[in-house]
Write a protein that binds this ligand. Structure first.
Ligand code: CAA
Length: 258
């Protein structure tokens, strides 16, 4: 499949996927989401790639699901084609790290796609929102659930019921975004974060992802039990021996992902 709606670049173990429908502010249509699914599959299989950056343009990360594609669809259409579930959730199920790098609009499905990533870095131009209520519908790609877990009930209700946008500073204050960078140096700053993720042991990274994600799905005591099992299991890895020995020897660890 050729990539028409995304641009893929690979450098220093980092794969950058840029959403690329500039005429539609990167509105997420089925073809784009199929290409993204394929890109995530390929990333997961390729051991030379250690961190993915998912980004858009300066003006828009993505202004939502494609309203023009959704407008003619009936209930039976979306039910039968398993709309959204079929290809969007692949980003959330990826076992390797994905960082969302948001400049400009991240609205509706765009905000939801960013929240499927492991964490969100924002340019100071970023604007987040769940404006689906203005279209006579609701969030449909996890926004009502993930946004509430990120920012709490009151702010999530505010965003979903008024359809207003929040800027990058409010998003950082609310816990939606982990860091905000100046727009002038945004992608360079994001790359530095991605490189610091990429240099770690991939085994430890994947297990840590599993643990943090489990915290959304289970009780505290079960989550801690899950963490402890994985933590103990890492004592069987070569990377644990290398990481701790390197600390004691005062040298940089060389992880082998084993
Ligand atoms: N779907 C399809 N096309 C879109 C789009 C979308 N979500 N968002 C923008 N576009 C298109 C516009 O139709 C326009 O195309 P034309 O030039 O052919 O008319 C082009 O992108 C540029 O958009 P605007 O002229 O509107 O640009 P603007 O700067 O004046 O406004 C904006 C920017 C405020 C983001 C505005 O485009 C907007 O409100 N977009 C829709 C946002 C939205 O409602 N998102 C939620 C979608 S529903 C959803 O996502 C469901 C879900 O949960 C899965």
């Amino acid at each position: 499949m050729s990539d028409k709606n995304i641009i893929i670049e690979k450098d220093e173990g980092i794969i950058t996927v840029s959403l690329n429908r500039p005429d539609a502010l990167n509105a997420l249509n089925d073809a784009l989401m199929d290409e993204l699914l394929q890109a995530v599959d390929n990333y997961e299989k390729d051991d030379s790639l250690r961190c993915m950056i998912l980004t858009g343009s300066e003006k828009a990360f993505a202004a939502g699901a494609d309203i023009k594609q959704m407008q003619p669809k009936s209930y039976m259409d979306v039910y039968k084609e398993d709309f959204i579930t079929r290809n969007w959730e692949r980003v959330a199920s990826c076992r390797k790290p994905i960082i969302a790098a948001v400049s400009g609009y991240a609205l509706g499905g765009g905000c939801e796609l960013a929240m499927m990533c492991d964490f969100i870095l924002a340019s100071d131009t970023a604007k987040f929102g769940q404006p689906e209520i203005n279209l006579g519908v609701s969030p449909g790609a996890g926004g009502s659930q993930r946004l509430t877990r990120f920012i709490g009930k009151s702010k999530s209700m505010d965003m979903c019921l008024t359809g207003r946008m929040m800027d990058a500073n409010e998003a950082e204050r609310s816990g939606l975004v982990s860091q905000v960078f100046p727009s002038e140096s945004f992608l360079d700053d994001v790359k530095k974060v991605a490189l610091s993720v990429a240099e770690k042991s991939m085994v430890a990274t994947m297990m840590t992802k599993e643990m943090v994600n489990r915290s959304y799905e289970t009780t505290l005591s079960e989550g801690i039990r899950f963490e402890r099992r994985l933590f103990h299991s890492m004592f069987a890895t070569e990377d644990k021996k290398e990481g701790m020995s390197a600390f004691i020897d005062k040298r940089k660890a060389e992880f082998k992902d084993k």
